[in-house]
Design a protein around this ligand. Structure first.
Ligand code: C2E
Ligand code: MG
Ligand code: MG
Length: 736
């Protein structure tokens, strides 16, 4: 994982935790608020219920007091509207009856504790309290309200009951008093007005009476308090004159509070349970979310990863380089991008199969991982292409150094299973100074630089240079023109004579492709063949050359024809079939055809080369190793391929006249080639001295400007006609 990914993941994680904490916190607040609302509603209900209960208690107490008054009134009525009383109370000797029926009845009576008989002038006739006569002034003992009741009874009209009752105060406390005219049950009265007598019953509201009321009406803590006593609920007691005498209060039963207390715990428990349920839901949801997030992250990372190597893929590189460039804009660091193309990977794949190819990729990935600096991004962006990106404060020095290490590492033969493969790499480097070059352009530059490295001959690194863009454009234009030239049949062939070293007779020709590019003039095959190779045009071009050369050579039965074959063609498994097809089509004798291959390809793909050579040889064609001595391979190594001929490279021949060491080198090289018992051709012979030297060293065939430049087919035909003429004694005969 590149380091640039880590902080993002960490920030994501922290953000997620913060969100969860916020949700949990809000949730706790909601639960608390809901709990408070429910409890407050319950409290409200409890208060309401308390108020209702107190209200009811007040009504009950008030009713009880009224009842108290009416009870006394009813008792008084029984005793006052009584025929016996109407007789005895008015009789002069009726005092005994009055005392025994009224006065003495006041002892231990629940109904009244005082019985008083007075006349119209309020003069007491009998005053008894608790069954005993009571002395003293009635005016002093009773409050004036009694006399209000008395006046009411006394002044009652003929239709009214001459009775009145209500609360008064006495020297003994608050009491209910009733005043009634003593009369017959029917209401009749013998005594004239002014001679009337009144019965007064008093019942004190003493502690016993209050307790009794409390018990009867189930009012707890009922008690009498002064009128100015502060109480929320009370029943006032007032006399007939409206004077407040006191009030009754009681202990509130507060049923709401009791119910509330009972239910509160259950409600809190229920809310907590609901809360817990939601917390569990939340946690499950959060965990599910987290799992999905993880899966999504994994999927995204998976999408950014190359399965085979475990490195980032092209998409992963894109994201990472974007991040590096964005970061570099802040830090003003440089972003360095290396594009790396393995040389010879395709051949390993072709020769040993994809299993080995895969192992090779993994081995290279593992090696690169060790070599790259800390925090660098490593990606596999194609079959055999890798990319490395990192930031650095110095310019391109670190990238060049890293490239060198990578090239050194890849120059070593790699052991893949039981096989040893030799690859290499071409590396392109581009720099985004201070993040000034965006990812797309950076990638384009690194890719272009890599192409240049490959073109320049592989196993090397190239730093992007703006001039490359112009080159690239020119190259693209060239490729386009070449494509048109191939399709339009504008390519031609030149033939260069190959002569016998001893007789100097022409024994063969080498076919060399020629292109007169419109608007540019002739272009060297050394320029356009590499373009054809990298653009895939080589197949069509190679096929054209082979076909044309074979067709033309049919007119020269005494000559062999050599055709150059590019690695690009050789690599194609169908190449043998092409050759077979062309041989059959042109009806040329296979043994007259020589295919020239260069050594570069052999070294990269010995097995594949051997197979291809074996297959081609079954067709009957010859295989020559071209440009021998220009590369680095040992002759011993090349022995295994079974070449039919070796061509000594022109570069070895060039300076032999001036330099003894060059001469020695050429001599040794030819000797080496000859040691394999393979016939040797010398190329690039320009002077008679060179010709005699190579002849002397043992080359059997010679080629070069000295014997003949590459020329049109007609010129070869001319030469042949001359040769035939010479052989047949000066007469020219037809070439065919
Ligand atoms: P090569 O196969 O080694 O071909 C010989 C090259 O040496 C030719 O260059 C030829 O013109 C040149 N040459 C021959 N004798 C002399 C000499 O005495 N002095 C000097 N200075 N040069 C001499 P050319 O035609 O430019 O071809 C260059 C290379 O292009 C060839 O090297 C071959 O590798 C490639 N090539 C040419 N035609 C074809 C083709 O049809 N197919 C493929 N695949 N490659 C081709
Ligand atoms: Mg050649
Ligand atoms: Mg050559």
């Amino acid at each position: 994982m590149p380091s640039s990914f880590k902080p993002r993941t960490a920030i994501l994680g922290a953000g997620r935790h913060a969100t969860v904490a916020a949700v949990l916190f809000s949730f706790a607040v909601v639960v608390a608020v809901v709990t408070m609302m429910v409890l407050s509603a319950l409290d409200h209900v409890a208060q309401k219920s308390n108020i209702l209960d107190d209200e009811r208690s007040r009504e009950t107490v008030s009713g009880a007091l009224q009842n108290f008054v009416s009870q006394l009134g009813a008792t008084l009525n029984d005793y006052a509207a009584w025929d016996d009383a109407a007789t005895n109370v008015y009789a002069t000797d009726g005092m005994d009856w009055t005392v025994s029926n009224y006065g003495e009845m006041s002892v231990n009576s629940a109904l009244f504790d005082m019985a008083v008989v007075i006349d119209d002038d309020k003069k007491p006739i009998m005053v008894y309290r608790d069954g005993k006569p009571m002395d003293g002034s009635l005016q002093a003992f009773f409050s004036p309200a009694l006399w209000t009741l008395f006046d009411k009874a006394k002044t009652a009209g003929p239709q009214d009951v001459p009775e009145a009752s209500g609360f008064i105060s006495t020297q003994a406390g608050i009491a209910v008093a009733g005043v009634a005219l003593v009369r017959e049950k029917s209401g009749a009265l013998v005594a004239a007005p002014g001679k009337h007598r009144y019965l007064i019953f008093i019942r004190h509201l003493d502690a016993r009476k209050i307790d009794e009321i409390g018990a009867t009406y189930v009012i707890g803590g009922l008690k009498l308090v002064p009128a100015d006593y502060a109480a929320t609920y009370s029943v006032p007691i007032a006399d007939a004159l409206g004077t407040s005498l006191g009030k009754l209060i009681w202990t509130s039963r507060a049923p709401g509070d009791i119910g509330y207390a009972d239910v509160r715990r259950q409600v809190v428990q229920a809310i907590c349970l609901v809360g817990l349920f939601f917390v569990v839901l939340l946690i499950i949801g959060w965990m599910t979310g987290r799992r999905l997030k993880t899966e999504e992250t994994n999927a995204r990372e998976e999408a950014h990863r190359d399965r085979l190597s475990g490195l980032l893929n092209r998409d992963g590189l894109r994201v990472s380089v974007d991040a590096l460039v964005a970061a570099a804009k802040q830090t003003q660091d440089n972003v360095l991008l290396l594009y790396l193309d393995l040389d010879g990977f395709k051949e390993v794949n072709d020769s040993y199969g994809h299993g080995t190819g895969d192992q090779l990729i993994r081995a290279v990935a593992a090696g690169l991982k060790v070599l790259i600096p800390d925090g660098a991004v490593l990606a596999r962006i194609g079959g055999d292409e890798f990319a490395i990106a990192f930031t650095s404060r110095d310019g391109d020095a670190s990238a060049l150094q890293l490239s060198e290490h990578i090239l050194d590492f890849l120059a070593e033969p790699l052991e893949i299973g039981r096989r040893v493969v030799v690859i290499g790499a071409s590396i392109g480097i581009a720099v985004s100074a201070g993040g000034g070059v965006d990812r797309e352009e950076l990638v384009r530059r690194a890719d272009l630089a890599m192409y240049k490295a490959k073109e320049a001959g592989r196993a090397r690194m190239t730093l992007y240079d703006p001039a490359m863009d112009a080159d690239r454009e020119e190259r693209n234009a060239l490729e386009l023109d070449l494509r048109m030239a191939i399709e339009g049949g504008q390519l031609t062939l030149a033939y260069q004579p190959l002569v016998d070293a001893v007789t100097s007779d022409m024994v063969g020709v080498e076919a060399l492709v020629r292109w007169n590019r419109p608007g540019h003039g002739p272009v060297s095959p050394e320029v356009f063949i590499p373009v054809a190779e990298t653009s895939g045009l080589i197949e069509a071009l190679g096929l054209f050359v082979l076909r044309k050369a074979c067709e033309t050579a049919k007119e020269w039965p005494e000559l062999r024809v050599a055709v150059n074959v590019s690695p690009g063609q050789f690599r194609n498994p169908a190449f043998t079939d092409y050759v077979r097809h062309v041989l059959r089509h042109t009806e040329i004798e296979a043994k007259r055809v020589t295919l020239e291959v260069t050594e570069g390809y052999m070294i990269q793909n010995p097995k594949r080369t051997r197979q291809a050579i074996e297959q081609l040889k079954t067709l009957g064609v010859r295989i020559a190793l071209d440009d021998f001595g220009s590369g680095f391979s040992s002759i011993g190594y090349l022995r295994q391929f079974g070449f039919d001929r070796i061509k000594i490279d022109r570069s070895l021949v060039k300076d032999i006249e001036e330099s003894d060491s060059q001469r020695e080198m050429l001599k040794a090289t030819v000797a080496l080639a000859r040691s394999l018992d393979i016939p040797v051709t010398a190329e690039g012979i320009e002077t008679p001295e060179q010709a005699s030297a190579v002849r002397q060293f043992g080359c059997d065939t010679l080629q070069g400007f000295f014997f003949g430049r590459p020329m049109p087919a007609e010129d070869i035909t001319e030469l042949l006609l001359d040769a035939r003429a010479r052989q047949s004694g000066g007469r020219r005969v037809s070439a065919a």
